[in-house]
Ligand binder design. Sequence first.
Ligand SMILES: [Zn+2]
Length: 402
Amino acid sequence: MLEPAARYTGYTAYDYLEAGKDYREFTYAEQVGRVPAYQGLDLTREQAERATRLLADSMVISLHEHVQVFPADMTDLREHIRQGREPTGYAGLARSGLTAVFDNGMDGTCCISSDAGWKYQDVLFDLGVRMADLAHQDFVVKAETVADIEDAQATGRVAHIFALEAATPIENEIDRLDVLYGFGVRQMGIAYSEANLLGSGLKERGDGGLTYLGDRAVERMNKLGIAIDISHSGDRTGLDVIRKSRTPVFITHAGARSVWPTNRMKDDETIRACAERGGVIGIEAAPHTTLSPEHPKHSLESVMDHFKYCVDLVGIEHVSFGPDTLFGDHVGLHDAFAANLSLGQAHGGVEFEKVPYVDGLENPAEGFHNIIGWLVSHGYSDDEITAVVGGNTLRVLKEVWV
Ligand SMILES: [Zn+2]
């Protein structure tokens, strides 16, 4: 378990530059073993072997992550972010079993030139720098098509797909969607937690739905072949997007509000509408999001309570996973960026017990090992498991990407 992929040669981010001369170096968090391995799965040897085989043989696609590594000491965080040079966690990805991953980069913490974030030039800088690094190795490959993902699976590589949680950086410039597509962005949200010119976000008091500019943005994303994500949209905006889009829409990282009653979760109407149009919901696992009354201390078990609920609501062919993990102290990141990430409004006054990390889903290296282990131990068939860890997502991508 957790052996590195044969293709991985040991490259670390920005190896082609000189640390200390070309960029300021920080001490980074461990990509493997930062927290103890999950002990919550009690698999027989036969089950463990089956889980290992399923992880190795299936097309495993994470609908939502941030695969960069954060500073070991989170007091370095703002300085680190100012530099705009986040390191991809190659060593961790080599142990993840992932075939493909939607990476949202700096995203809500993209504060290179502005503490408010989301500036177009900063987002382009983030994407460009990360891509320059990817181009200097051959294990994590930039992916833009279904063929790229299939090629990564056939050759033992990881397909890396850029995504953005909001279209906020386009401001009122629809053509910027083309520019972002040109940079490799293949999945994008409408609004982040706060409203923008396209529509409303989950933190706002009111939601006027998709604007006329939002209509045009959805049309353009459909024409370009950018998958649309309504995870952070307000309820009405999200439903408008599902109706407006010619192709299925993703909820890449959320849970069910019927299980945990916060704005950050989706109501049944939205999850149903998404599924009826052929879409998929990826179950979220960022700290203190997908809690449940049965498992109020956030862990793999609470996350799977949302999985079970969504499967019962819309069928297993419309559910997948977008764990939203990273390498480093995610809770520390939330503490430092609570305002940027609108965490107060997202929790909406619902009390919860704080944990230092989500046991079983702490980082991109361990996530799908434990998800598949849980599915095996709970009696899901091979076909059901391959569908929820990637097959369902691939089906939608074949419809959406042109
Ligand atoms: Zn998010």
